[in-house]
Design a protein around this ligand. Structure first.
Ligand code: HEC
Ligand code: HEC
Length: 345
């Protein structure tokens, strides 16, 4: 899963760059003093079968082990190495320094087996490790902070059952200035507001944005800033390690004709379950191996949500010759078929 790692790392960098470019004033003393972290509490999450089941499900839907496990990169499907599930992975990302997804198995010495429930929850949702240091936001804590308390409890309860693997991992060692900037990212959670998600769209939004983080790959950005009006409109550039790091672009998953207007629920479910779109297999960068474990009801909710977001006009292809796109300023297939709207005023 070098690809996925790369992807998310890049979006992590993007987030940091956005912080610098977009809001110097937000940057305070945390840069030198370390992240803002609340003290941990002694809360404990009761173990129930419902939580174990839900936690196991969320771990797949959020693709935790894609980053937190070593993969066989010589197999095109990048399967997790036998017996290494959750034992961590040194992400191959030299331009950012050393980025390591830690061992999150229940091993007390080298994993998180000796952590308290609240220490684990704080790491996952607030981006602060047990020792108080900031986590690099390639770990999607900025999404996970919106998880419901019950889902968070389920994740922690389930993580404790992940078989221990004894494997020491070095800590991440980011290049300067990321090593300092990372300190401004964690934010303590002030309140936990349970959101009633009564409609299919609202449940889908939660799955898409908070749990699976589809937008991390499918929304284009420029110099770390998300492009206005292009949410979920595709065009984010990734690299395919199976193809000499050739660029692969995410596709437009809004309901515009240039996106997935031609999808119905059935096709959406089929794509998530199999990785096949009409005519071909999707690149494995799209983590359908994890998403295939979602229930069809959840997939239907996600589809309902995607249908409800503003349609974005953005033609992209990974099978046509790359041309410069005036919208996202990347060079991708069908790029020259896009027209930049005339700015009013
Ligand atoms: C895109 C890759 C990615 C995904 C997906 C991901 N993580 Fe992480 N995670 C990381 C990285 C990288 C770090 C370490 C960041 C650093 O060193 O600054 C980390 C850190 C952590 C830590 C802190 C461990 C420590 O020793 O400090 C925990 C706990 C954790 N992740 C749990 C999870 C869980 C649970 C999920 C799924 C719900 C998850 N992660 C999904 C990449 C990921
Ligand atoms: C790690 C990055 C990544 C994440 C996360 C991701 N995708 Fe993708 N997705 C891609 C890439 C890359 C492609 C295009 C692959 C290709 O063309 O072979 C793609 C293609 C697709 C397609 C096919 C579109 C078409 O035109 O037929 C759909 C549908 C899709 N993704 C939905 C989703 C949904 C829903 C989520 C969240 C549950 C998601 N993706 C999360 C990278 C990602």
């Amino acid at each position: 899963m070098a690809v996925k790692a790369k992807t998310v790392l890049l979006s992590g960098t993007a987030v940091l760059v956005a912080v610098v470019v977009g809001g110097i004033s937000m940057i305070g003393w945390q840069i030198v003093l370390g992240p803002t972290a609340r003290p941990t509490t002694d809360r404990r999450f009761e173990v129930t079968q419902a939580r174990l089941d839900r936690g196991a499900y969320l771990v797949e839907a959020a693709a935790c082990f894609h980053c937190h496990s070593e993969h066989n990169l010589s197999d095109p499907e990048f399967p997790i190495l036998e017996g290494r599930r959750g034992a961590g992975w040194d992400l191959p990302e030299p331009e950012l320094g050393k980025v390591v997804a830690p061992n999150i198995t229940s091993d007390p010495e080298t994993g998180i087996g000796a952590w308290t429930d609240d220490e684990i929850a704080r790491a996952i949702q607030e981006g602060v490790s047990r020792n108080g240091s900031a986590l690099f936001p390639v770990m999607p804590y900025l999404n996970f902070r919106n998880m419901t308390d019950e889902d968070m409890a389920s994740l922690v309860v389930y993580l404790r059952t992940v078989p221990p693997v004894s494997q020491v991992r070095p800590r991440s060692d980011l290049i300067f200035p990321l090593s300092l900037l990372v300190n401004v990212m964690p934010k303590p959670m002030e309140s936990h507001v349970p959101v009633a998600r009564t409609t299919s769209e609202a449940r889908g939004e939660y799955l898409v944005r908070t749990v699976a983080g589809c937008q991390d790959c499918h929304s284009p950005s420029h110099d770390g800033n998300p492009l206005d009006g292009m949410d979920l409109g595709g065009g984010f550039r990734l690299s395919d390690p199976g193809q000499n790091m050739e660029p692969v672009f995410t596709l437009n998953i809004t309901s515009d004709p240039s996106g997935i207007a031609h999808y119905d629920e059935g096709l959406f479910i089929q794509v998530l379950q199999t990785g096949y779109i009409p005519g071909r297999m999707l690149n494995h960068i799209m983590p359908f191996e994890s998403f295939q474990h979602l229930t069809e009801d959840d997939m239907r909710d996600m589809f309902a949500y995607l249908r409800s977001v503003p349609p974005v006009k953005h033609r992209i292809s990974n099978t046509d010759p790359p041309t410069l796109c005036p919208l996202c300023e990347e060079t991708h297939g069908l790029g020259d078929k896009n027209v930049k709207p005339v700015q009013g005023g």
